[in-house]
Design a protein around this ligand. Structure first.
Ligand code: FES
Ligand SMILES: [Fe+2]
Length: 369
């Protein structure tokens, strides 16, 4: 079979080429979301993050804590232990750790060895999210958290949800940078047939990749048509901006209006979605989502309808990418893929992830070596 080359930006790529794939190591020197703030309380919550086992809880004063989930004695998971005040008593032989992760008691002896403990990870609350730093402690600067102020802004009515996603985080980044899939994977939910072929603009600044797709005129899918009052309007506009903001975060911002109205009279409707990705293992991730709208903020029924429809669509991504992951598991030529022109932002994103992962490994091996 021959392939038309004009729209191909690359032919079959091999793993040796610089695009991240599911074999690329994680990037640790970044803030990731460990949990929604309200998941962490006066109990031990176990979660695997970037391959590491972490246990989280909240002190009596309300401070969220994240520790390595592995007793220093014989590696028993501390998450299978119990809280005593602000300390964890290991469920195997009773070694006790304080909230800093320091070992403070060994029940079988009078003296507790000093300087022993488990790692405590920086954990910072920003609105409804708890951000964790699993990389080099010295680089953990909370100012680098890609906080989304709109999530906390009363002008935006927000709902949130979570999927345990059965795929590699790189493929979800790619999915979010290639919204041509709306016309196919989401044909019955949020997609319309004209979406994939609509004109688009790119801004590919390193580490901040932006794709703007303008679908004008169009007819909106029911979830947007019913909620904006533009249902059935053949002159609707749908302007979507997808942004890769960090290895942990994408933001999708969409504006809807009736393009037949004069510009100064148009009512505009805005929605935003924070797609928050925290790798769990090489083939699974924690997918947190916060979705907001700047209209009908107090209309609970409308909010519920939008949430239900949107999460049905996001579930199509989860199921679709899970199927993709399983298909790759069964192939020994899984590095084979071709890219077309509309893949440019996804390719840029994957190259960036690869570069970051390689740089981090080099840095670590230099320090060790
Ligand atoms: S493994 Fe935790 S006290 Fe022994
Ligand atoms: Fe999707």
């Amino acid at each position: 079979m021959s392939l038309p080359s004009s729209n191909l930006i690359a032919h079959a790529r091999k793993a040796s080429e610089p695009m991240a794939n599911r074999e690329t190591p994680f990037i640790y020197n970044e803030w990731y979301v460990a949990a929604f703030d309200d998941e962490v309380g006066r109990h031990l919550l176990a979660r695997r993050l970037l391959g590491r086992r972490v246990v989280m809880y909240r002190t009596e004063a309300g401070e969220p804590v994240a520790l390595e989930d592995r007793c220093a004695h014989r590696s028993f998971p501390l998450s299978r232990s119990h809280l005593q005040g602000d300390t964890i008593v290991c469920g195997y032989h009773g070694f006790r750790y304080d909230a800093a992760g320091d070992l403070i008691e060994v029940p079988s002896q009078k003296n507790c060895p000093r300087g022993i403990g488990v790692r405590r990870y920086p954990l910072v609350r920003q609105g409804p999210l708890l951000w964790i730093w699993l990389g080099e402690q010295a680089l953990a600067d909370p100012a680098l958290i890609p906080h989304q102020a709109w999530i906390d802004d009363p002008a935006w009515a927000c709902t949130s949800g979570y999927f345990h996603h059965p795929g590699n985080y790189v493929s979800l980044h790619e999915n979010l940078m290639d919204l041509t899939h709306l016309s196919f994977l989401h044909a019955n939910t949020i997609g319309t047939p004209d979406y994939a072929s609509a004109p688009y603009k790119l801004d590919l600044k390193e580490g901040h990749y932006t794709l703007i797709r303008e679908v004008v005129p169009t007819t909106l899918s029911p979830v947007w048509g019913k909620t904006t009052g533009l249902e059935g309007c053949a002159s609707a506009a749908r302007i979507a901006t997808s942004e890769f903001l960090s290895p942990a975060l994408h933001r999708v911002s969409v504006t809807f209006y009736d393009s037949a109205q004069p510009a100064e009279q148009r009512q505009q409707f805005h929605i935003r979605t924070a797609h928050i990705l925290t790798p769990e293992t090489a083939n699974s991730l924690h997918y947190f989502i916060v979705h907001g709208r700047d209209f009908a903020q107090h209309d609970e029924a409308l909010g519920d309808y939008m949430h239900e429809q949107l999460f049905a669509a996001f579930n199509e991504d989860v199921e679709g990418l899970g199927a993709l992951e399983a298909a790759l598991d069964d192939r020994d030529d899984h590095h084979y893929e071709i890219s077309v022109a509309s893949d440019a932002p996804a390719v840029a994103t994957r190259m960036y992830l690869k570069k970051r992962a390689d740089a981090e490994r080099l840095h670590t091996s230099r320090k060790v070596g």
